[in-house]
Design a protein around this ligand. Sequence first.
Ligand code: ADP
Length: 458
Amino acid sequence: MPEHRLVVVSNRIPTGEAPSGGLVVALHDALKERGGVWIGSSGSTAEGATEDLHTIAEEPYQRLSFDLSEQENEGYYLGYSNAVLWPLFHHRTDLIAVDTEHARIYQEVNAKVARMVARVVGPDDLIWIQDYHFLPLASELRKLGVDNRIGFFLHIPFPNSSDMPALPERRLMPDWLSAYDLVGLQTQRDVSNALDFLLRDGGAEILLRGRLRLGNRQFELRSFPIGIDVDAFATASTENAGAGERLRLGPGEKLVLGVDRLDYSKGIPNRVEAFGEYLRGRPDPEQRATLLQIAPPSRENVEAYRDIRHDLETISGRVNGEMAELDWTPVRYIRRNVPRDTLAGLYRRADACLVTPLADGMNLVAKEFVAAQDPENPGVLILSHFAGAAEQLDEALMVNPYDAVEAGKAIQKALDMPLHERRARHLSLIRSIRDYDITWWTEAYLGALQEAGPLRGS
Ligand code: ADP
């Protein structure tokens, strides 16, 4: 089958020369191979709302960016995407900030982006839309007469049916989703949540081979767990294996690592609480461990993000106040980005990594940590049941992040785990991460999108 040209749309487009970050590199490679266009917002705000596309690069594929006005950024990005959809999809309906004006602007920006995309799309192109910022984009493209194959990938969880009533625009959602030919989700759990919603509340019906029909549209829902570039992380971790020395840990001192954007979905205060429980309960009071939590702030102009920072700083101070010694500060909290190479070296030095989100689409840190380990002497992954990665990585130490005592015991178990068990668990984890790496993800998704389409005779 000939490879179709690809048109990718994502909220932000990489503007630099050399793309970095797993997803960006994966999309970059797919576009390089097939040729095509990547369209996304520049991240800068313009004076008024325009529909101009600016060329960032022509080779090896076209990169086109658009600016948003202040008001569009406020309504579409901060207001609706990050203060309605993000909390809803992460089971935090208590944090949803409903605002009809923001909802209207979100839909308007999607209609505007659809007009820009329609201008560049050719008749045989595959269109691949990324993430929750653009749920209505295909339905807007269909209104403009675009009948190409259009795929969508949701990087965050799909909400439970019981949370969905909190979304004022929920009645539009079935039409938004069914305008795609293929809706890709991270996990089986997300597929069942989406199916439940579409069948019970959306009026969809199931056809053969798992396809769905809604009105005159047929579409498919499938999970494609996103992966990472395993070799790139493994290499960076060996090349930066000395990064841990900068921490100047004492002899025999253990390192427990947490790496996240500072987001309420990541369960960071709960994690520090669990580390406090571990310290209090450790049978050998001479055992010293440091929790290094790297958590740069994000979306600080959304209110809920200011609260989480306050919570984290309070709990870290409390645990340190209670447990620190003159020559030992058990919790170290760094509020800035760390270069990816340094991060890879720190992963390799860590005895355990705490990936304990309360809700997470996948969580790439879990996979990066495994890829960065020395197979002869690997560290232990402690993973929340609520990370999408838990569906694949069942050889991690699984914890309930809400239960600080249980998670504290898991930290103790990880730090005491014998070498043979660490190796066996790591071997199983790394196999799964290699089998489902980022190349698998793009190829599996695009292969399925290419074949998606109406069933004959139905
Ligand atoms: P999310 O996409 O919700 O932020 P993921 O765990 O899936 O969560 O992906 C986060 C990505 O950002 C990973 O690739 C990780 O390496 C990177 N990252 C997270 N925190 C930092 C940090 N403090 N410094 C540098 N990179 C970070």
